[in-house]
Design a protein around this ligand. Structure first.
Ligand code: GLA
Length: 386
């Protein structure tokens, strides 16, 4: 993390001949529990990880943004007044995230100003660790720093989500932007996706969170994601409520047999997952790592069998993790179909755990995983250099 800060600062100095005025960072995330609940107005419990996007920058006197990406070795420019005229907003290029955020902030009435800088990150792209949300929040943090405006994490998360939904064209919920904006060091964050109230919850003493990247990336995630959203909407219409958040387990059990089998499965996942998130918070507050792990294991089964968003490789990874001494629980994390699993392990076993899993997963699948022991980090932040 420090290394990246030095890297963007150094590159800024080389390019512009002076120190950057600001250095901004925004983190990626891993979700401990509460999957596919955010767009059902439910509960999630993610943590910001110690991997982030960093931008070193200085204001410009005009209304242009000049940004060099060290990761893509590419410089790009856009004008803050040209964003309303664009006709094709969807383009699979990193610059669209910055433009989308500038567009959303201005649409909401923010007065922005130009800047120039250098960015770099260490969140693997497409792995389900929210590198896109981190780039959006880093951009929002940059604009507020340049114009000296107060940082309102919830408002910024909502505008970044709007950028992702309407500019980039990905129909995500609010979880990723909220945790990148509002994460708390050393804590997971309970987010009520209806009220956007948050509560920081410490990890049980002596535990470590391990991210297990299967190294599989699936196409069609977007269409499967949109299909799940539509099925959840169908279930909430059946129950006569705005969102599945409003369906209690008693309501669900009393009329589940009138639901089509597939819609019943999808609803059962969401209704029970919301309960698991709240129980996970209680377990964490009691320092009960065993209970938290059990809930994570249950969440995985629900995602695998009822919501059907897991994959062969994710199941292999989760089962290997769960079988290890010192592992309290494990599950797939994020949208699913590929990407990462997350495990809660006894901190003192984390290095033997990661070594064992790396070998065993490779033997089972022929794929080399990437494994990270994560420290829960703070949300988007800015350092003023001058
Ligand atoms: C993706 C989306 C989130 C959330 C998760 C599933 O990460 O961006 O909004 O819906 O999938 O929990």
């Amino acid at each position: 993390m420090k290394a990246l800060m030095l890297k963007v600062n150094q590159d800024f100095q080389n390019r512009f001949g002076e120190n950057a005025a600001f250095v901004v960072r925004a983190p990626g995330r891993v979700n401990l529990i509460g999957e596919h609940t955010d767009y059902n107005d439910g509960f999630v419990l993610p943590l910001a990880i110690d991997r982030a996007i960093w931008i070193a920058l200085r204001p410009r006197p005009d209304r242009e943004v000049h940004i060099h990406s060290l990761d893509f070795d590419e410089t790009a420019v856009f004008h803050l007044d040209s964003l309303f005229k664009e006709t094709t907003r969807r383009a699979n290029h990193w610059l669209e995230y910055l433009k989308g955020v500038a567009w959303a902030l201005q649409e909401d009435g923010y007065t922005l100003a130009g800047w120039e800088g250098v960015m770099a990150g260490d969140i693997p792209k497409g792995a389900g660790l929210s590198s896109s949300a981190a780039l959006e929040l880093a951009t929002a943090r940059t604009f507020t720093a340049v114009t000296n405006q107060l940082w309102d994490p919830v408002a910024m998360a909502l505008l970044c989500q709007k950028a992702e939904n309407q500019w980039v064209g990905v129909n995500c919920g609010i979880m990723d932007q909220m945790i990148s904006a509002a994460g708390q060091a050393g804590h997971a964050l309970l987010i009520d996706c209806r009220t956007l109230e948050t509560k920081a919850v410490p990890l049980p003493m002596g535990t470590a969170v391990v991210v297990l990247d299967t190294n599989t990336r699936r196409g069609l995630v977007d269409s499967a994601y949109n299909e799940r959203r539509a099925q959840c909407d169908e279930a909430s219409r059946f129950f006569g409520v705005p969102y599945l958040r409003d369906v209690s387990i008693t309501d669900f059990l009393s009329s589940e047999d009138q639901l089509a089998p597939l819609i019943r499965q999808r609803a059962r996942h969401v209704v029970t997952e919301n309960i698991r998130v709240l129980n996970a918070v209680t377990a964490m507050l009691n320092g009960d790592a065993e209970m938290l792990g059990t809930l994570m294991n249950q969440s995985h089964l629900s995602l695998r069998d009822d919501f059907e968003v897991s994959s062969y490789e994710l199941n292999v990874m989760v089962e290997l993790a769960q079988a290890q001494p010192g592992c309290f629980g494990a599950r797939m994390t994020g949208a699913g179909f590929g990407g990462c699993a997350v495990a809660l392990v006894a901190a003192e076993t984390s290095s033997t755990f990661t070594q064992f899993i790396a070998t065993a997963y490779e033997q089972a699948t022929g794929l080399t995983p990437a494994i990270y022991v994560c420290q829960p980090a703070a949300g988007a932040s800015v350092i003023r250099n001058s």
